[in-house]
Ligand binder design. Structure first.
Ligand code: ADP
Length: 158
């Protein structure tokens, strides 16, 4: 089976993430959305269970997508799941340097596993979970960028 992992924080999931999931679900037999439990660099608004549950609640139309929490090196998670492809989204040029470093480091750690980059529809190229949280916290309307349920969850949490 042709499987891939799409890892990230998803704090919370946006239409940009869903665009990438949609594209991957058409290419791969199975896609695992990997929700990272903790990060040294980021403080999350939602815990890993809330983030997973929110993704699942907006994934109804995808039959071949599963959401899993992981708490290890991404490469170890991929080996554990028997997956050889990691998918990352590329938005603006600003993503490139970080993603480039991560992809090469992951390849150094395990050359059997490759990172593939995908670009979302251009209407989502400028959005991130952080930007969405910031705009919601200031009372702005982001209905074009995240599902209503997610927006309501962010409002309640804030
Ligand atoms: P991370 O902390 O791992 O970057 P994110 O949840 O911010 O986690 O992003 C997960 C993946 O989704 C990353 O590859 C990121 O580049 C991508 N991504 C985030 N927002 C978008 C978007 N608007 N369009 C396409 N890809 C996106």
């Amino acid at each position: 089976m042709n499987k891939a992992i799409y890892p990230g924080s998803f704090d919370p999931i946006t239409y940009g993430h869903l665009d990438i999931i949609d594209r991957c679900s058409k290419i791969y037999d199975k896609l695992i959305v990997g929700v990272i439990k903790d990060s040294n660099n980021k403080k999350f608004l939602f815990d890993e269970f809330e983030r997973k549950e929110m993704i699942e609640s907006v994934l109804n139309k995808f039959q071949n997508v599963e959401v899993k929490i992981f708490d290890s090196l991404l490469i170890d998670f991929a080996v554990q799941e028997n997956v050889k492809i990691i998918v990352r989204g590329l938005r603006a040029l600003s993503d490139f340097e970080y993603e480039f470093q991560m992809a090469l480091m992951n390849r150094k750690l395990n050359d059997e596993i490759s990172t593939i980059f995908m670009m979302p529809h251009e209407k989502y190229i400028h959005i991130s979970s952080s930007l969405i949280k910031e705009v919601i916290s200031l009372g702005g309307n982001v209905k074009d960028y995240a599902p209503e349920l997610i927006i309501n969850n962010v409002k309640n949490k804030i």
